[in-house]
Each structure stands twice: as structure tokens, then as C-alpha cells.
Design a binder for this molecule. Sequence first.
Ligand SMILES: [Zn+2]
Length: 355
Amino acid sequence: MKKKNKVISLLVSLIVFAIASYFGYLELFEEEPAELSVHFLELGNKFTGDCIFIKAGDKDILIDAGSRASSIPTITGYINKYCGDGKLEFVIVTHAHQDHYAGFATGPNAESIFDLYECEVIIDFALTNQSPTATMYSNYIRERDDEVAKGATHYTARQCIEEGRSTFDLGGGITLRVLDSYYYYNESSEENNYSVCVLISHGDRHFLFTGDLEGDREESGERKLVELNPDLPEVEVYKAGHHGSKSSSHDVLLEKIKPRHVVVCCCAGSSKYTDASENQFPTQEFIDRVAPYTDSVYVTTLSVDYKNNIFKSFNGNIVFYSASSGVTVSCSDNDVKLKDSDWFKENRITPPQWQ
Ligand SMILES: [Zn+2]
């Protein structure tokens, strides 16, 4: 009898311990809400283009809006899952290239992102080589100025710097900072160099967006970026400059920011700009330069057959969640790193660091 009691009490203890551990386990691993999430969007077409949505607490930020007006429903369908009040607190338009600002620059009879959301603060490029009468550019200016007439505040990146309002507090320890750049003040034959450069910081975690800023030709925009922002930190995520082109993401920038993750917004292997495979996005040169820092590289879209308009998700929409426990990445199609993808194995030479 005594022995039986002992067994029962041992069993009860075990059960109590198991239940306690179970609830303890749940508590320990309960998902905490991300305070900041950064979303690199697929755009629903075969074209290269940037569109990044950022949710910072209850604030909504959009950097660029794709390369075709036809992407607008894709963009709004995505954003509206997160943005319940129809308001974008910040809109950043990096430069006047179609693959970055088409969604803002619709004709007078179509609704642009500016028409579909109340945009509080618009920050755009200080300079452009576009003719004031060029269709898309004049559409952009009209749409932007209409939004300003409706109450939006507009600054060029240069004004942000010169007027001492380069850092915006988004609450919750999150800031949006417009970085200084040489080509806010100096003309370039390359429109890409006029890109607005932005750093989003969540405590000591940083996310860098340089649009299509280039590292070679003329005065290197990336070198100047490093010189003009000596406190540029090491970053958690770097949006590959210029879609993983060989003209961006040069050593001078990478050795400063030492990215832990890199995202390429492009339609990989597209022959839109060149038939030379190694120079198609993401280029071999870009991959070779990034490889010493990280193998955590993700790509939005894959070109299957450019001429026949066949494309599919590479990783799909790529989302980074930043919470106090750390940073996680989750992609809508799959989480396979670039180096482990079939496309990479068929089309790229593996750099030594990735072997
Ligand atoms: Zn671009």
C-alpha cells in the first residue's frame, strides 16, 4: 500500500511537472508581435522594380511603387492587409526612373498611390535629368503636387538635410533617417545617382535603402555616401543597390555596412537590359562582392522566359520582422537562400565564401 502511494505521488508530480513545463514552454516561445516589419514586394510582372512597405508600430511607410501602373492593385492589395486607416505617414520616392515611381505617376484618368492613400510626408529626389515635359515625369509632378494641395508635406532629400529635419521619430525606438548624398547637390549623367538614401533604425538594428545609387562611374555615389555619413552603421538588412547590378554594392559601401541579410528586388535572369547572363540581375560581380559578408541573400522574382512574359516567384514577397527577441525573415513563396536555388546553380559561379 505504501509503495503504491509512492508510485501515485510520483505520477502526480510527473503530470504536474509536465503541465507546468508545457505552459512554461508556451510562455517562453509565445510569438511576440514584431514592432517593425520590412516588406520587399513582388510586383506581379516581369519587370525589375522596387517597392518596399515598412510597418513601424502603427506607422506606414512606402519606399517606391514599382515599374508599371498595373502593379498598383498588387501593391494596394498587400499594403491594405497592414494599413487599416488608408494613411501612409511617409512616402519616399527615390528617383525619377520608371521602375521606381510608375505607381505614383499615372495619367490624369487613372488612380495613383497618391490618389489611393492619404500621404502625410512625401520625400523625393532633389535633382533629375528628366525633361519637365516627359509624360511620366510630368504625371509624377502633377500627382505629387495634387497630394500636397490636399495637405501632404513635401521635402526633397536635400531640403531634409539642409533644413535639419533628416531624422524622423516613428515612436517605439524606431527612426527614419534621410542620409546625406553627394548627388542631392551635384549633377550626374546617371539618374540613378540622384536616389534618396534612407536608414531605418530599430534601436541598434539598421535597415539600409539606397535606391539605385551607383558605386562606379563619375564620383562614386556610394563612396560619397560613406564619406558624408561617417556614422553609417553595420546593418541587419541592405536592399541591394540598383537591383543587384554590377554598378552598385561596391566594396567601399559593403565594408562599412557589413550586411547580415541582402535583398534584391528584381526579376532574376531577365534579359530586359542585357543578354550577357553574368550581367543580368543579380549580377555575378554583385554576388562576388556580397559573399564575404553574408550568404543570406533573397530575391523577389524569377524570369523564366522574358520574351514570352513568363515569370514566377523567386522568394516572393520578402519580409523581415524585428522584435525585441531578434530578427526573422519569412518569404511568401519559399525561404531558400539565393546560393541554394536552382537558378543560382545553373547560372552563377559559387564564390569561395559560399562553398
Ligand atoms: Zn531601378
